[in-house]
Design a protein around this ligand. Structure first.
Ligand SMILES: [Zn+2]
Length: 203
């Protein structure tokens, strides 16, 4: 397939998911989400003092606090679909073009299908032509990477930093300025519209 012949192998693999500052996520994502919530609240209740629900209020400090669950992978089998379990916890890859999220272009957040940790903002999604949902960068510190030797050429595999669920691979053939392509299995994600509340993290 096309992407298999266009891979680049990084010299600095391990910390790729940690190179994005927390401030960047705060400024580009949560402010936008909170601003949208504020606008909707104002529109619905013009005479009522604006007060966001507590769960909608995030800060750079609590966004950074991703504590690994250390939950045995097998326990997720009863929680997610069999197909999602295969990708998330048995490191299978879904067929290209099979995910409805390929065509998802609305504003919102892509969260881990297992534990619901936000992993990608829609503003970083782009059409890579590979048949898998692709992003130019993840939410800072919400993914962790490791080398995958299943193919002849080593690839960088990334996981949800909280539950350890396998999400996809990252390559150095994405668009400028970062040149990164975070190639994700759609079944390992759920999409939450910007105007909807993010679900409570699942344990
Ligand atoms: Zn997760």
């Amino acid at each position: 397939m096309k992407q298999f012949v266009t891979y680049y192998v990084y010299d600095h693999l391990q910390d790729l998911g940690k190179t994005i500052s927390k401030k960047t996520y705060w400024e580009t994502h949560m402010k936008r989400r909170l601003a949208m919530k504020g606008l909707l609240t104002i529109a619905a209740y013009p005479l009522i003092e604006l007060k966001l629900p507590d769960h909608a209020i995030a800060s750079p400090a609590n966004l950074a606090a991703v504590t690994p669950l250390n939950k045995p992978y097998e326990t997720w089998r009863a929680i997610v679909s069999p197909e999602a379990f295969q990708v998330l916890f048995e490191e299978k890859t879904e067929l290209p073009g099979s995910s409805p999220l390929n065509g998802e272009h609305r504003a919102g957040t892509f969260i881990c299908a297992a534990c619901f940790l936000p992993l990608f903002d829609s503003s970083h999604k782009y059409e890579s032509g590979t048949g898998w949902p692709s992003f130019t960068q993840p939410i800072a510190e919400h993914t962790a990477t490791k080398l995958d030797y299943k193919m002849i050429i080593p690839r960088i595999e990334y996981h949800c930093a909280r539950c350890g669920g396998h999400q996809g691979h990252v390559f150095k053939d994405g668009p400028l300025p970062r040149k990164e392509r975070w190639c994700n299995n759609g079944i390992a994600l759920k999409f939450i519209l910007l105007e909807q509340d993010l679900p409570t993290l699942r344990g």
